[in-house]
Design a binder for this molecule. Structure first.
Ligand code: PGA
Length: 248
């Protein structure tokens, strides 16, 4: 792991008002100097964004949206949230390209439009990429990652506003994690793709079944800048455990 650590909590479609109180524990942990250096970002469902923004006001914990529409401002898109709306709520980030939204129809082209709009609204992006199990078995991992990056980031220039989350689809929510060697190889490949695009060293996170047990293994992946944590982040006790083990 590098020194600039990101611990990102993706609550997915989980959580309500009763989940807010336990966040005090995370805020208290954050007061200890040792744990202040990590970048902590929460992605609650849209319904809790305001609550988390006000709760984290005096902390340096950031909040983001789990997705957004490609229309920057307002429009006739029932059920959608725009980058402007996220920004107005106090979000600093948005997750785009998550496999759970790719399955629902987010193509590389749509993701590209969303990224462009979100950047125009000064949001930072957590850009998710990753191969499915059948793509991995067919040895297509590299070409899939390359396509997702090239198409998803077409015409995008401000790479400093983008954090990559490498999430093999087969490890999301399955309890199966890649071997560190495999991860290092794939992270190396991702860096290679970016080396042709920018001089900047991209921030790259790993996501997929990260929990308080496997974090001690995963944190040894060289070249990684942190983790995107789904279900294990929904419980503050488990998330705190992950924070402590990552930073120790
Ligand atoms: P998981 O989800 O940790 O529950 O596997 C990760 C993600 O989808 O971001």
């Amino acid at each position: 792991m590098t020194n600039n650590i990101y611990l990102v909590a993706n609550w997915k479609m989980y959580g309500g008002p009763s989940n807010l109180k336990s966040l005090n524990k995370v805020i208290n942990l954050r007061k200890l100097k040792k744990y202040r250096k990590a970048n902590i970002i929460y992605f609650p469902p849209f319904t809790l964004i305001s609550n988390l923004v006000s709760k984290f006001k005096k902390t340096n914990i950031s909040v983001g949206g789990q997705n957004c529409h490609y229309q920057e401002n307002y429009g006739s898109f029932t059920g959608s949230i725009s980058p402007k709306m996220l920004k107005d709520l106090g979000c600093k980030y948005v997750i785009l390209g998550h496999s759970e939204n790719r399955i629902l129809g987010d193509t590389d082209e749509i993701i590209n439009k969303k990224i462009q709009s979100a950047l125009n609204k000064k949001l930072k992006i957590i850009f998710c990429i990753g191969e499915t199990l059948s793509e991995k078995k067919s040895k297509l991992t590299f070409s899939v990652l390359k396509r997702q990056i090239n198409k998803g980031l077409k015409r995008i220039k401000n790479f400093q506003k983008i954090i990559i989350a490498y999430e093999p689809v087969w490890s999301i929510g399955t309890g199966i994690i890649p071997k560190n060697k495999e991860l290092e190889t794939n992270v190396g490949k991702i860096r290679n793709i970016f080396s042709k695009k920018t001089k900047k060293k991209m921030l790259i996170l790993y996501g997929g079944s990260v929990n308080s047990k496997n974090i001690s293994i995963l944190k040894n992946i060289s070249g990684i800048d942190g983790f995107l944590i789904g279900s294990a982040s929904q419980n503050s006790k488990k998330f705190i455990d992950i924070i402590k083990k990552t930073i120790n």
